[in-house]
Ligand binder design. Sequence first.
Ligand code: CA
Length: 222
Amino acid sequence: MKILVVEDEPALAFRLQQLLEGAGFAVDVAYDGEDGWHLGDTENYDAVVLDLGLPKLDGVTVLQRWREAGRAMPVLLLTARTRWSEKMAGFNAGADDYVTKPFELEEVLYRLRALIRRAAGHSQPELACGPVRLDTNSGRVTIDGLPAQFTAQEFRILSYLMHHPDKIISRSELTEHVYDRNFDSDSNVLDVLIGRVRKKLGGELIQTVRGQGYRLTAPTAP
Ligand code: CA
């Protein structure tokens, strides 16, 4: 899962990046509205944290442009403003949720997880596929009830597949949602990572669909 943070206060942007990376997300950061708009317009994010007060291009305009262009990712607004009219402008532009500064960092994390889950069509915080369970709030994974350990990159792959079970996910889609923009993605690395995740899950949960990509599917009853 990959998140875009658009926030012009470097200290806050850094804290959000640390928090989200620590929670298993790939994170890109933009420090002004123009850069943020461009990234959101050209990259595929699972969710965006968007400050309203930004240099170069304000947050509401950034969001309006994304929505007009058909960019549908969930957007959580950060606002220092307490006036309802400004929050309303954010919702009218296509926001999904907001927090008012100052906020608990953890609140952003919990709201983002819920937005990502909902956008993928899941109402429960626990995702399940066969013997595998992923608690999206804690990031804990169990297989047949036993805790399983994954590296950050393995976790991103697993989390993306768990959010989109039974769908064929192409290699490029998976790459886009697993690495931040500074990562020099090498397809061999993805193969190795998929291989490790598949091995940890056991069985045939991750299928390779020749020429198309990968699919996470629960084993059918014999
Ligand atoms: Ca600001």
